[in-house]
Every structure is written in structure tokens, then in C-alpha cells.
Design a protein around this ligand. Sequence first.
Ligand SMILES: [Zn+2]
Ligand SMILES: [Zn+2]
Length: 240
Amino acid sequence: MKVNIIEDYHIHSNFSPDSNSLVEEIIQVAREKGIGHIIITDHFELADQHANEIDVETYRKQMERYSLPVGVELGWDGTKELNIDTSKFDYVLLSHHYVEEPITQESYKNYLLRLLSIIEQFDGYHALAHLDFPRRYHPNKEPFSLELFDTIAEILSKVIKRGKILEVNMSSFKLYGEPNPSLEILKLYRSLGGRNLVIGSDAHDVQHIGRYILEGIEMLKSIGYNYILVFDMEWREVRI
Ligand SMILES: [Zn+2]
Ligand SMILES: [Zn+2]
């Protein structure tokens, strides 16, 4: 298989309530698109009205049947009981999906403070998902203001210090031409010494698998990144 796209490490299947994609279809489409590595990261959402718990044993068996790493997108608000054994997964993508409406810089700030509290309390994850995620829902897609960058730097410093990975999520690219997190935040991560990155489409539909990842890689190169991480039962750097 000719590899056109190094990886897509954020894909949903029908184990998520908001996707109908079958694991077989995902593998087939990834092969057709020349995606070198995929991880399916279904929602295990503890936080809100979209709460969803995966039957971990069934899920693991399904991923293992196709020799896929066992990934999960763990959604948490920092307060609900964490009734999940994350050691059962090869890849835990940590998310926080709640933001107060109307969405303003003030709600961005509250979101960031919750995210900071989440990563202060919990260490059982590999990558932090879509850091400035609420921007997707802002009426004008306003970036996080510079006043919030101290808090963002605190979050990024914890990610770096604990050896975690920052996810570059491309699903916002069609909305406003930038990943989550934005290029300014990715530059800040780099200036703080951050090097560990993965990239994903956040596809909830098979046709979106691999979408905008090539554009995302070009953007990373343009701000000085030379590597992303790939998982082959252990993490290694791949040149971009
Ligand atoms: Zn998410
Ligand atoms: Zn997702």
C-alpha cells in the first residue's frame, strides 16, 4: 500500500452513538486513501447528557480482531465518577466537551479552567484532544484571546511535563481553516518545548476519514515541526 497520509488517530465507529461507521468499512476506506496508521477512538463519555459507556470487553475484542490498537475518546468534566479502567486501552484521548452558552471569551476561560483541573486530577491518558474545541461552536469562530494564553500555557506545560501528547484535530479546518488547537497555540506549545503531536480527522462518517490531514501536516511544517508520533505497540517519531 502506498502511504499518502501518515495517520488518522481520531475516528469514530458505530460504538459511538453519533456514528454509523463499521470497523470493516473504516479499515477499507483508510486503505483506499493510503492512510498508514489508524486508531478508532470511540466515545466513552462520562460528562453530560451525551453520556455513553462502551462495553470495553466487546470493544477490545472487535479492535483486536482487526489488529487495531484499542483507542478511546474519554470525555470527562473533572467531577463525575471515573468508572473506567484506562489501562485496558492502548490509546486514551482525553476530552472535555462542555462549554457554557452563549459562547464567549468568558466561556472559553471557564472551559480552560475545567480542562486544567481535569489534567491536574487525572493522568491515565496519552493525548489531550482538541484543546480549543469550543471555538467550533462560537458564532464567529473567534480564536481564544491572548488573555487566555497564560492558562493555555499552564495546560500545555503540564502536558509536556507529564510526557503526554497534544492532538491536532482537523475537523475544525472546514469551519475556519485551522485545526484545534489553533496555530498560535501550537506555536506556544513548541516554544514551551512541546514536541509530541498526533493528528486526526475526528471522522464520524467514513467519507471524512483522513480529511484535511495533509493540510494539517503542511501547517505543522510551516511553524517548525518536523515529526509526529506513530504507535506500533510503542510510540515513535515519524518525519513529516
Ligand atoms: Zn471530541
Ligand atoms: Zn471525537
